[in-house]
Design a binder for this molecule. Sequence first.
Ligand SMILES: O=C(O)CCC(=O)N[C@@H](CCC(=O)O)C(=O)O
Ligand SMILES: [Zn+2]
Length: 350
Amino acid sequence: MSANLSYLNELKQNGDFLTLSRNNEWHLDASTFTLDNGTAVTVHDTGVIEFQPKGITTKDVVLSSAIHGNETAPIEICDELIKRIISGDLQLAQRALFIFGNPQSINIGKRFIGENLNRLFNGHHTVEGVPMNNERVRAAKLEQYVSDFYYRGSQVSQRCHYDLHTAIRGSKNDKFAVYPFLHGKPWKKAQLQFLLSCGVNTVLMMKSAATTFSYYSSFVHGADSFTVELGQVKPFGENDMSRFEKTKQTLTALISQKEVIYKEFDASDFELFSVHRSINRTEHVFSFPFSDDAENFTGFAKGELLATDGQTCYYAEVDGEAIIFPNADVALGQRALLTVIPLKNTDNII
Ligand SMILES: O=C(O)CCC(=O)N[C@@H](CCC(=O)O)C(=O)O
Ligand SMILES: [Zn+2]
């Protein structure tokens, strides 16, 4: 065995792909092996591991976490699933690709190292005149791993991608998902039912293209794709894992069952929002009038101040315009705030 693949025996023994990835922050040599139950395991790179069960599958499932390294609960969920699969405790019925996006940022407990990885997808990693850095290289590779995974699958399989995050602030609606812009295609009840089963009853419908991982897999690969916010960010060891039980069970069923039957769609189970606008930080002097502990989904009355960007003041345009992801520390040119309003027209959900 090549010296670089000396990790294989240990991985087979302990299934600890997370530690292996954290010990190899930006690169790990590829390798493959087969579990006793016939599932083929392929390590593509650090943080990127694929499972192909024996027999016919109907879904190609991508589960990503650590696109932001300090968002630990999703990392713990995926770590547990990977260990259960490698130990043989969890037998898969569907193809699955797990991604720990940014192992070095996990190690330093920060959102990112040099640049926010989730602003670099859909080709934004490679821009003429902008120097590459580790995150840009990683975003390009992650796109390639996802493309290859979907292309190797059956072209009639359902593609899905759940990019698991936790939010910086607390949220009135603790768990919520971002449905990437579908360019006029309908939203899917079946996906909303999957989210509900995960404990996510709040969904924000985006209305423009984005540079996020979930938008990339949705737009480029036609995947049913979401950014899923599973609560507030916490360091390792401080997550109350009982809050993620429904999510874990639903993800487990998704990859281990041939078919999963969800509850019938009922619009009253959900709080659906339409993204009203995105406010970017364009000036060094940028501030919010509310405190750091103001929660996501806090609503403002029409005319109330929402943000100040240099000389520009942004006021709520409609009663109840609510704040999502306010962050005054983003890089210049990036999104500092989303606002949402209740979704009025649900005709486009099939
Ligand atoms: O709480 C925050 O401010 C950010 C949490 C987070 O990382 N959210 C994602 C959302 C991506 C999307 O809009 O689909 C992000 O900001 O990258
Ligand atoms: Zn995040």
